[in-house]
Design a protein around this ligand. Structure first.
Ligand code: ADP
Ligand code: ZN
Length: 435
C-alpha cells in the first residue's frame, strides 16, 4: 500500500518529541542570528537577552517580534545572515505600499521549501504519477517556483505554465491530461469558466485536485470550485517572507491546514497587545523560522488572522493546524463602525445559489458616512430581464447580509462575466476613501 505521508517521522511525531526538536532548532537559530545578524543582536540586546536565555520552545515568548517594516528598513539584503555567495535565489513580495520585501534562500533553504511542498502534495493524495499544471505566476512571486520544485521533488511531471494565456492553459490542460492544477482560487474560477466556453466536455479533462492558495477563500468558494471543475480543492498557505506556498497545507480531511512546524513555529497572538492567545482563539499568526539559513526570522508577524489547533487530525498527522485565513488585519474594512472582512461577505453571498463568486466591494465616503457597495455577478441560469425577479434577488441578498453581518450593504447585481477576472490574486476591494 502506498505510504500517504511524505515524511511520516515528522508528520506524525509525538507532541513531546516535536517540542524537543523545536526547542533545539530554536536555540540554534537564535545563536545564528545573534552572531550573524546585526539587526537581531541589537534587538536582543535591547531586551537584555542572549542565546543562553533560550533553552526550550517555551522561551520563544522572550524573543522580539519582526514586522514587514523591519524588512523594509533593511532593504534590500540587510536581513541576510550568510554571505551573498551562499544565496542561490532571491524572491520579493509585491507589497501594496513602499519597497518590496526581499528574501534570500540558500541551497538548503530551497530543499527545505521543496520538502514542505512535497508533504503537501502527498497529503492531497497526489504523487509521482500526477501531472501538475502550475498556473501560479513564476517570478519574484513565490507561487510558481514553490509549487514547481515541490512537484518535481516528488517526481511528478510539471507543466510550468505560469499565469495568464488562459486559452492555452485550457488546451494544454486538456491535451496533456493534467491531473493537478496549482493556482489562486480566483484564477481557478476563471479557468473553470474558460473550460465551459472551450467546447471541450469536462469529462475529457483528467483533473482530480486543485492546489489553491495565495489569497483568502471560503468553504463556499471551495464547493463551487469542486463542482465546476469536478475535483477536490485543497488549501495551501504560505508567504514569501517565510517560504512561499507550503508553510501549511490541507489533508484529505479538509479541516484546517497542517503547519510544517518542524521548520516554522506557529504562535497566535492578540494583534493589539501581542500577548499569546489560548489554543483555538482567533488572532494574528506569528511564525518563527527554525531551520532557515539565508534569512531566518524570529516571531514574524504575518498579519494573517486565524486560529491554531494542536490535536491529532483524523488523517493521522500530529502537525498543528491553522483554520482558514479570514484575511489580513490590513484587509479588515470598518464600515460605519462595523468590522467586516471580504471573506465574510463571500461566505454569505455564496450560500445563495443565484450568485457567482465573482464580486467586488466598492467602499466610499459620502457626506462623512462610509458606504459599501457589493457588485456581484448573477449566475447565467438566474440572470433575467424581468426586473421584479432581479429586484427580489437583490433584496434577499441585502437582507441576508444585514442579518448575518449587521451591516447594510448596497447590493448591485451585475451581468454574468462583467467583473474583471484575475489571473493571480483577486482585487476584492476598491476603497475610494484611500484613493
Ligand atoms: P504579498 O504580501 O505581496 O501578497 P505574498 O505573495 O508572500 O506577498 O503573499 C502572502 C500572503 O498571501 C499571506 O500573508 C496571506 O495573507 C495570503 N495567503 C497566502 N496563502 C493563503 C491562503 N491559503 N489563504 C488565505 N490567504 C493566503
Ligand atoms: Zn490532517
Amino acid at each position: 500500500m502506498k505510504n500517504k505521508y511524505w515524511n511520516e517521522n515528522i508528520e506524525r511525531m509525538s507532541r513531546e518529541d516535536m517540542r524537543k526538536l523545536q526547542g533545539i532548532r530554536l536555540k540554534q537559530t537564535v545563536e545564528r542570528v545573534y552572531h550573524d545578524s546585526p539587526f537581531y543582536r541589537k534587538k536582543m540586546q535591547e531586551l537584555d537577552i542572549t542565546p543562553d536565555d533560550i533553552n526550550s520552545i517555551d522561551d520563544i515568548v522572550k524573543l522580539p517580534f519582526t514586522t514587514k517594516y523591519d524588512l523594509r528598513d533593511n532593504y534590500p539584503f540587510g536581513m541576510f545572515t550568510v554571505p551573498m555567495s551562499q544565496i542561490v535565489r532571491i524572491h520579493a513580495s509585491s507589497g501594496t505600499t513602499g519597497k518590496p520585501t526581499v528574501v534570500g534562500h540558500t541551497r538548503r533553504d530551497l530543499a527545505m521549501w521543496a520538502e514542505c511542498m512535497s508533504r503537501a502534495i502527498y497529503a492531497y493524495g497526489l504523487d509521482e504519477s500526477d501531472i501538475f499544471q502550475v498556473s501560479y505566476g513564476y517570478g519574484l512571486f513565490t507561487g510558481g517556483f514553490g509549487a514547481h520544485y515541490g512537484a518535481e521533488n516528488v517526481g511528478a511531471s510539471v507543466i510550468p505554465m505560469s499565469s495568464g494565456n488562459t486559452a492555452k492553459q485550457i488546451t494544454l490542460m486538456h491535451d496533456f491530461g493534467a491531473t493537478a492544477l496549482c493556482c489562486t482560487p480566483s484564477y481557478a474560477l476563471y479557468l473553470a469558466d474558460a473550460i465551459r466556453d472551450s467546447g471541450y466536455p469536462l469529462e475529457e479533462f483528467k483533473l482530480k485536485a486543485g492546489v489553491f492558495g495565495a489569497e483568502p477563500w471560503t468553504e463556499n468558494m471551495r464547493k463551487d470550485l469542486e463542482r465546476k471543475l469536478n475535483i477536490k480543492a485543497y488549501n495551501i498557505y504560505g508567504l514569501s517572507e517565510i517560504a512561499g506556498p507550503g508553510v501549511a497545507f490541507e489533508c484529505e480531511c479538509q479541516d484546517g491546514s497542517h503547519v510544517n512546524e518542524d521548520h516554522f513555529y506557529p504562535e497566535i497572538v492578540d494583534p493589539e497587545t501581542l500577548q499569546p492567545l489560548p489554543e483555538g482563539e482567533t488572532g494574528e499568526l506569528v511564525l518563527t523560522h527554525l531551520t532557515k539559513e539565508g534569512m531566518p526570522l524570529l516571531r514574524y508577524r504575518t498579519k494573517d488572522l486565524t486560529a491554531l489547533r494542536r490535536g491529532t487530525c483524523s488523517c493521522g498527522r500530529t502537525l498543528a493546524r491553522i483554520d482558514r485565513i479570514m484575511g489580513r488585519s490590513d484587509d479588515m474594512l470598518i464600515i460605519r463602525g462595523v468590522n467586516v472582512f471580504p471573506t465574510q461577505i463571500e461566505s454569505v453571498m455564496l450560500e445563495m445559489p443565484e450568485f457567482e463568486p465573482h464580486y467586488q466591494l466598492i467602499v466610499d465616503r459620502v457626506n462623512n458616512t462610509d458606504t459599501m457597495e457589493l457588485q456581484v455577478e448573477v449566475r447565467p441560469e438566474f440572470y433575467t430581464d424581468e426586473i421584479s425577479k432581479m429586484m427580489a434577488m437583490q433584496k434577499r441578498l441585502y437582507a441576508r447580509l444585514q442579518s448575518v453581518l449587521g451591516l447594510s450593504v448596497n447590493v448591485r447585481l451585475v451581468e454574468p462575466r462583467s467583473i474583471e477576472r484575475s489571473t493571480g490574486k483577486a482585487k476584492r476591494v476598491v476603497d475610494k476613501r484611500k484613493l
